[in-house]
Design a protein around this ligand. Structure first.
Ligand SMILES: [Zn+2]
Length: 280
């Protein structure tokens, strides 16, 4: 494997809702000198924002618009807004959302009245004045600190020098799996999906395959996700080097999830406990 400076950090991987010590979906990819956040579920803002109160991200891609993947966009937006007000930041963070995402974001933000805020038009930092001007034009401050773009699952996303390939997966709402390959690193994130052989082909030969294994544990119901065994089958189709089980419904029960996946996949298997970092 080529040596790169890339990494993938699991900020949270609890499925559906956070539990003590386990945030919901959020993965921080450091690629080509930039930090890209994949999904932003409950608990991710707190996992991401350091003691300096800075988010430190260059872009965000949202796989789909379920609460456990998007709710922390609001507190993350508040942290960015604070940077604009107090430190003069005027650079929005690119935010890529799947089809329907722009309307969703506006409605989500309108619940909190963000279009009605007012900042004095004089004084303050450059960021303060920029936010005041945006609001005076009828814009929303949240959708000013984020530069939101919609993509259709299946379309490429251009982020700086990186192209993110996407694949529509089977999860009822528009949902995209993602593959990022550049400078010798290559990983795939399944997002949330039922078992889908096409996703195994999409991930063919990848170095690290981060796969939804929500239906882990003894009480797993059926539905819109995969079991750890399904994740193992998918990794075998892909012939991936490493399988990382994520979005676990029972994250405290990682050992049995790993065992179930190992019955189908002979490669390396990890369980995405929070704050685990992988070299890419
Ligand atoms: Zn979902």
């Amino acid at each position: 494997m080529a040596v790169t400076n890339g990494s993938l950090t699991v900020l949270g991987s609890s499925g559906g809702f956070p539990i003590a010590g386990f945030a919901c979906s959020g993965y921080l990819a450091r690629i080509a000198g930039q930090s890209l956040l994949l999904d932003c579920g409950p608990g991710i803002a707190g996992a991401l924002i350091g003691a300096d109160a800075k988010a430190g991200i260059d872009g965000i891609v949202i796989s789909h618009l379920h609460p456990d993947h998007v709710l922390d966009l609001i507190p993350l937006g508040y942290a960015l807004m604070t940077e604009w007000l107090t430190e003069g930041r005027t650079q929005p963070v690119p935010l890529f959302v799947p089809s329907g995402g722009l309307e969703f974001l506006q409605r989500f933000s309108d619940l909190f009245g963000h279009r009605n805020w007012r900042f004095a038009e004089e004084g303050g930092s450059a960021g303060y004045r920029a936010l005041g001007a945006a609001l005076a034009r009828g814009h929303d401050w949240l959708l000013t600190v984020f530069d939101a773009h919609e993509y259709g699952p299946g379309e490429d996303i251009a982020f700086g020098t990186t192209t993110i390939a996407t694949l529509p997966v089977d999860h009822r709402v528009p949902t995209a799996a993602m593959r990022i390959a550049l400078e010798g690193m290559d990983f795939v994130y399944s997002a949330d999906t039922r078992f889908l052989p096409a996703l195994g082909h999409f991930a063919a030969g990848t170095d690290l395959f981060l796969v939804d294994a929500h239906f882990s544990g003894p009480k797993a119901p059926g539905g819109l996700h995969m079991t750890p065994a399904d994740a193992g089958r998918l990794a075998a189709i892909a012939d991936a080097k490493r399988l990382v089980l994520c979005h676990l419904g029972a994250p405290q029960d990682g050992a049995s999830a790993r065992q179930a996946a190992a019955a189908h996949f002979a490669g390396e298997i990890h369980v995405a406990f929070d704050t685990r970092e992988y070299r890419l």
